[in-house]
Each structure stands twice: as structure tokens, then as C-alpha cells.
Design a protein. Structure first.
Length: 102
């Protein structure tokens, strides 16, 4: 449902926020390249931009753990951390999507 990344310099940590499940935390030296591919796949499947959040520092406070999920708690960064500049794609209208599928 979203991805978050640390905005701390040289911190390649990121979180994949999963709807109706706990989140996954990763570290990847090629994080920016990976994000481009994830965002493209998400757009292709969902016809929408995958929300990307930029979090200063460590991401643990913004990642839903297994225990959080058991307690029905979802942790996602506040909307003020949403990086609108990461929205690269213009969603297709229903008419455009139908024409492209033909």
C-alpha cells in the first residue's frame, strides 16, 4: 500500500507497508533503482502512484510489526512525510485504459 525510506544520508533502509499485514524492513544499496521498478510495477497493476514516504532517521517507529498487527495497530508515516515528487505517473482515465487494453 506504500513504501517508506529513510532520508538520512547514506541510510539505504526502507519499509514496504503491506495492507492487512505487518510491514517488511529492508536495506538495499541500490534502493533508488529498486524503488523505480517497484513504482512502475505498482502503477502498471493499480493505475495509480505508489505512495512514497520520506522519514528522517530510523524507520522502526513507522513500521507495523507482527505484534502491532495482532493488536490491530497500523504504523504508517504521517501525510506530511509523503514525497509527492515521487509520483511519476499520470493515472489513465477509464477511456484511456480501455483503449490501451484493446
Amino acid at each position: 500500500m506504500a513504501i517508506s525510506k529513510s532520508t538520512e544520508e547514506n541510510n539505504k533502509e526502507f519499509v514496504v507497508h503491506v495492507r492487512a499485514d505487518y510491514d517488511y524492513r529492508f536495506i538495499c544499496d541500490m534502493r533508488d533503482e529498486l524503488f523505480e521498478q517497484i513504482k512502475a510495477c505498482y502503477f502498471h497493476l493499480m493505475n495509480d502512484n505508489l505512495p512514497v514516504y520520506g522519514v528522517p532517521g530510523k524507520l522502526a517507529a513507522h513500521a507495523t510489526s507482527k505484534n502491532d498487527k495482532k493488536a490491530n495497530v497500523d504504523k504508517i508515516p504521517p501525510e506530511t512525510y509523503h514525497l509527492r515528487g515521487e509520483d511519476l505517473y499520470e493515472p489513465l482515465s477509464d477511456t484511456q485504459a480501455d483503449a490501451q487494453a484493446s
